[in-house]
Design a protein around this ligand. Sequence first.
Ligand code: HGA
Length: 611
Amino acid sequence: MCGIVGAIAQRNIVPILIEGLSRLEYRGYDSAGIAVLNQQIERVRAVGRVAELERKAQGLSSFIGIGHTRWATHGGVTEQNAHPHVSPTQDNPQIAVVHNGIIENHDEQRDRLTALGYAFHSQTDTEVIAHLVHYYYQQTRDLLQAVKLTISELTGAYAISVIALENPTQMVVARLGCPLLIGLGDGENFVASDVSAVLSATRRVIYLEDGDVASLTSAGVVIYDKTLQVVERKEHLSDVSLASLELGPYNHFMQKEIHEQPRAISDTIEALIDDGAFRTELFGVEAADIFSQIDSVLILAAGTSYYAGLTAKYWLESIARIPTSVEIASEYRYRESVPNPKQLIVTISQSGETLDTMEALKHAQKLGHTHSLAICNVQESAIPRASSLVFYTRAGAEIGVASTKAFTTQLIALFVLAVTLAKERGLLSPAQELAYLSDLRQVTGSVQIALNLEPQIREWAKQFGDKEHALFLGRGVHFPIAMEGALKLKEISYIHAEAYPAGELKHGPLALVDSNMPVVVIAPNDVLLEKVKSNMQEVKARGGQLFVFADADSHFNASEGVHVIRTPRHVGVLSPILHVIPVQLLAYHAALLKGTDVDKPRNLAKSVTVE
Ligand code: HGA
């Protein structure tokens, strides 16, 4: 999604803006731009890569400026629509604005501003912000006031950063519904939508809250909350390492992140293993109290996180015996549901900023839900801050748009939740607790061994490169893994893929099966294995090509039309974590063969901060 970076300093900030924008590239974007102040507002914009913008910005220098990577929501991908947007005119810009989010009442504001004599040069919703700030600046001659008056007229979601020609020593920023943070330097300050954009300059950050407006100079920062009172926000020292944002020896971030999974998992379970017990406090100080009050769980999530939630339903119901439902966040928030104040709302979001999930949580809270738990990979992000409990996965920065290590560590977190709830509910014997701990200890090694299957999977991928469709089958707790496999394949290789519970095959999708339809089967050695084998026969009988991920002890043999890869050993209840590794690798290698942009698949973006 869009990215913002801004800087105000006593040195040339153009290299900081460019570096910041390159760090934001991973979020996915289609155009980029910067605006800086000298005797005038100077603006450079380019469609495509930040490298092109950098080339165009050669020779530009300033002590204050804002930059943006745009992922278009309103208006096509053109230089005219790229941010920053300016006002009152293109030739004589006095205000420059960058914006993430969507202004829902932009049509109404556009009509009003047109009547006031403002001309529009883009199709974006953002341009109304530039004109509104200019309009109010004319009246107040105070940039902070002008921004405050502007946002009081906006509906929708935004993170904005604004500079004004007449105020070369001030930048004003604001957020509602979209992430924004301030980076604190020594005699210089920064703003960004993502900490990666300011890390080369500072690690000291303040995360703004919804409704906050802040005024930045090189000497200091003043923050106002939604009631417009001056407010102190906590300073954090970011622990995101620059190395985690580099590719190192890998060709793609997705490849790097797939291979980082053993480390990500062991970091996520470190505290648990050190304690040698499932401790309720891992979820927060209030966890024991909240867990003792709940009678069910409602998981709200989107995309890959939703599939983590679907997997968790099996664990929560079988291990903790607690009724669990899982809903797509963007659906839940718009339907009339029946609230249950005794239900624990669990949100899952890698970034902690996923707008659909954040809004679903707010909706649940409005309905009277008071118990919420966030499972999240980014410290201090919006969703954990809005939740009563939090479990941080420790996957490290995930840059590839297709989520991999965030997913497996979410599964770990959800499994730990299921066992912890079972313990709280008196359903866990000491022997069973030790057995689950031992499963967790083993899973890191098993994932490493699954990664070693890569050469065989790369060979298989050759049979997918020329296909237009694929089916993924799984049963029980492995059905969500089949769904995740299909999602991975479609999002990065653009091969249309669908997942079905294997038992559903004969109720429709079998009609699609012929020799051109690869069918991937997740077939671990569990109670459903014999059923899955029968479902596979149905495919084989129709000439379908089967690609089966089985366990070492599944007694499967490859035969004509049946390809088999054995994951090294069965890891019991944690088997979904092991079985997702091969489907991630399959998608990755199929995408390489198709020559797609693996880390930035078309039309997609990381951290989905728009609706
Ligand atoms: N609505 C603005 C910004 C889009 C955005 O935040 N994308 O993530 C535009 O279309 O330019």
